[in-house]
Design a protein around this ligand. Structure first.
Ligand code: ADP
Ligand code: ADP
Length: 227
């Protein structure tokens, strides 16, 4: 099991309980959609996976290791996170530099780095935009740059926050293909999404949160039949 969350509870300093006894496990290669109304705790859960938040109680195990003791930099080798708003994660002055940043930071060898960057650019349809400044690109393109920069880190788990928001039809199709490919390679995709069509087509399993608790967890067909 690539990801195991056990009795995870988290409170913000103002006393809001954002996660209340959340437990689930995810196998390598699973495509899991995380759904639920605003305020359900989806982002808080995602933030725990990359170590921005730490459990008040309960545990998170990723790839057999508890995350409590792991630094954010260490977690970054295992979990890649694509923010909903790409401008929260784009810093570099060109698409090439942006996508190259992660693999360099993780100290992959130059050959491997080149391979990862080229593959990430190809898979996100950005090869022709390598020299562009991310800030000069459209929102949809910037979202693809953010995605490419995470793909290039070659993490076993990829977390996407509202990946289809602000994307045109073609980019959504590209994204869906990519989700399927990653899963076929044995990588795990977890997406926070409101997009039920996207879920129906590209995800195996839906975990629904409400008020910080899991209210449904099962095959996507069950969720669609319910909704
Ligand atoms: P979702 O992503 O499902 O919309 P969140 O994880 O953002 O839900 O929020 C879960 C709960 O935590 C909500 O009640 C929200 O108001 C609260 N919350 C989120 N961020 C903060 C914060 N920084 N400080 C206090 N409460 C927060
Ligand atoms: P330059 O100004 O030389 O063109 P960049 O624009 O590539 O440099 O990067 C500016 C700074 O932002 C550098 O210190 C770089 O390490 C940092 N940086 C670039 N990309 C990222 C990223 N994805 N996440 C965090 N920091 C980044």
């Amino acid at each position: 099991m690539i990801l195991r969350i056990d009795s995870l509870t988290f409170r913000y300093p103002n006393g809001t309980t954002a996660l209340d006894g959340v437990s689930f496990g995810v196998e390598a290669g699973e495509r899991v959609a995380l759904v639920g109304p605003n305020g359900a705790g989806k982002s808080t859960l995602a933030r725990h996976l990359i170590g921005i938040e730490r459990p008040a109680s309960g545990t998170i195990e990723i790839d057999g290791r508890r995350t409590d003791g792991l630094a954010i930099a260490e977690l970054a080798r295992t979990v890649g996170f694509v923010f909903q708003n790409p401008d929260d994660q784009l810093h570099a002055s060109s698409v090439a530099k942006e996508v190259g940043f992660g693999p360099r930071n993780l100290r992959f060898a130059p050959d491997r780095r080149k391979e990862l960057v080229e593959s990430a650019l190809r898979r996100t349809g950005l090869t022709d935009l390598v020299d562009a400044h991310p800030h000069h690109l459209s929102l949809g393109e910037r979202k693809r740059v953010a995605l490419a920069s995470v793909l290039a880190m070659d993490t076993p788990v990829v977390v996407l926050d509202e990946p289809t928001t602000g994307q045109d039809h073609r980019s959504v199709a590209l994204l869906g293909n990519l989700v399927d490919e990653l899963a076929a390679e044995g990588r795990t995709v977890l997406a926070v999404t409101h997009d039920m069509d996207f879920c129906a087509e590209h995800f195996d399993r839906v975990i629904a949160l409400e008020d910080g608790r899991i209210v449904a967890d099962g095959p996507v067909e069950h969720w669609l039949a319910r909704a």
